[in-house]
Write a protein of this length. Sequence first.
Length: 268
Amino acid sequence: MSTLLIGYDVEAPPRYSHETRQFLARAVELHTALGAPCSFFAVGRTLEHNVDAFKPAAARPDIFDIQSHTYSHCLLKTVCQDDGKAITVFRGGSLDRVRRDVRRGLQVLKDTLGIEAQGLTTPYGYYRGLSDRPDLLGLLHRLGIRFVRSYARDEHDWQPLSLSIQPFWYAPQGYPDIFEFPVHGWQDCLWRAERGWQNVDEFRDYQCSLVDEAIEKNCVLSLAYHDWSSIREDPQLTIISGLLAHARKRGMRILSYRQYYVEQLGLH
């Protein structure tokens, strides 16, 4: 059965905490009203400055799955982005820095919300995810991470990512209990920055077309949004509400990343 997974990277820097709080309030209201599960991947420093805003979501684990997005948004891998206009290099951190950043992010979740996270969204996302980095997989495994959302770019380290890339286990790399969730299509901030933040209806229609494609192919559709970009020119989250309404109308099931991981773990 086709499945829709929605993950929000909650990452706005502390000076923009008003955006994080505005987003969380509306997202919690919307997903609760619709009974539509989703995942929040929280940057640790963002969580530290907005603990009270996260608490309503933490109180509803049946709807809201809260996982990690590192502590300071440190890249795990170098991204060499070729968007057809220029090549831009975003350098990944050293293994030691990555270890410290991931560990601290997990600790903040435990200390503030009592959550022992098993999931991690990696900043930016990478071509092939962590398939070429068993050293990083080992590091994450030792920290207790069992599912990641890291495969978010094509061979040009750009987007969109095809739905042909479906979730998988990292068994060939020696970590058969770590599950990868790719991120399909365009991330909201990249698409909307390229085509105009005001083109709310156009982006919603594009997202709905991905729903239709996933239903046709009977596969998983994994989408990434962000706190700051989700509310830009769309404070009521009409893009998300329209997407959810379309998915429900088409009979698509909606799960959080944790729910899907637990399901696959039972089949593994």
